[in-house]
Design a protein around this ligand. Structure first.
Ligand code: ZN
Length: 301
């Protein structure tokens, strides 16, 4: 009887967004509807029909959170490829190509500015830069952001979007976990708040360090958040994982994070939490002074 039972391979989930025509309309992976891209950006990258959260770039993220102008720091820090690493191609070439395609030097943008009138240091990770991976530069920029916040007596917000530690920098990238965590301990001792925003995806060494160390850990809806990927866990424990495993809502139910917040409510929620934790709003007309080494950046599109 078995001769007609064909095992059919399940179709691979299509994570890629099909664009028809390029840039004008996007197909929503959540509800399969076509969305006019201008409507999508007006809605902060959230599908107006099903509230699917599209990925947001680091600069879009900063523009969304800051009230207006903000000051970007350490934009020129670049990895020196300390291990002279090669995989399918030399890491040096991979870096050069990514720098050329993204216009960024590494996978995080760090800045200070006002969030609802509160002077805040924000670091936003950029997934399109080698999967938002944390190497020496990301670790250093995040650490400097925290230290800058201590100097300014300002709270810290880090928006994570990362595949984890950067393999091409080996143990040096793992050391960033300890370095950023130690900096956050100093922030804590200084009595300043840290809010971690976890977006899709936040995994590996980033989850295992600063992303889970917030005084408040806020996730965007349905974000993949975990340490090892589900396939690795399934193979290791030889058990089927439950529905929704490693998604924001599941983690909230199991006490791993504090809140799941729609992106359209994120800024107001962060501001409210910072005020609750003792942050002060500055009068809207008071001038802002850029700290040393900062480059003024306007609202960047
Ligand atoms: Zn949708």
């Amino acid at each position: 009887m078995a001769w007609f039972t064909k095992t059919r391979k399940p179709m691979a989930p299509t994570d890629k967004v099909s664009r028809v025509p390029e840039g004008l309309y996007l197909k929503c992976p959540g509800c399969a509807q076509l969305i006019y891209s201008k409507d999508l950006s007006a809605n902060l990258g959230v599908c107006p029909r099903c509230a699917h959260h599209f990925k947001m770039s680091a600069t879009e993220r900063l523009s969304m959170l800051f009230d207006g102008d903000y000051t970007v720091y350490d934009a020129d820090l670049v990895s020196t490829d300390p291990l002279e690493f090669h995989d399918t191609k030399p890491y040096k070439n991979r870096l050069q190509a990514t720098i050329a395609s993204t216009g960024m030097k590494d996978a995080v943008v760090t800045a200070t500015g006002r969030l609802d009138g509160i002077e805040t240091a924000i670091a936003a990770m950029e997934y399109s830069f080698i999967g938002g991976s944390m190497g020496v530069v990301v670790g250093e920029k995040i650490t400097r952001t925290i230290e800058r916040a201590i100097g300014l007596r300002a709270p810290v917000v880090i928006v994570s979007c990362s595949g984890g530690a950067r393999m091409m920098e080996g143990a040096l990238s793992l050391m960033q976990m300890a370095k950023t965590s130690a900096a956050l301990a100093r922030l804590d001792r200084a009595g300043l708040p840290f809010i971690s925003v976890l977006t899709d995806p936040t995994t590996g060494g980033v989850t295992a360090s600063f992303a889970m160390l917030g005084d408040l850990n806020i996730a965007e809806p349905k974000a993949l958040i975990g340490f090892a990927g589900p396939r690795v866990i399934e193979q290791t424990i030889r058990q089927k994982l439950p529905e929704g495993f490693q998604r924001s809502e599941f983690l909230l139910d199991h006490g791993m994070i504090d809140m799941v917040v729609d992106r359209r409510e994120l800024k107001a929620t962060v501001a409210r939490a910072l005020l609750f934790m003792g942050a002060r709003q500055v009068a809207a007309d008071a001038g802002r002074a850029a700290g040393p080494g900062g480059e003024a950046a306007g609202e960047q599109a």
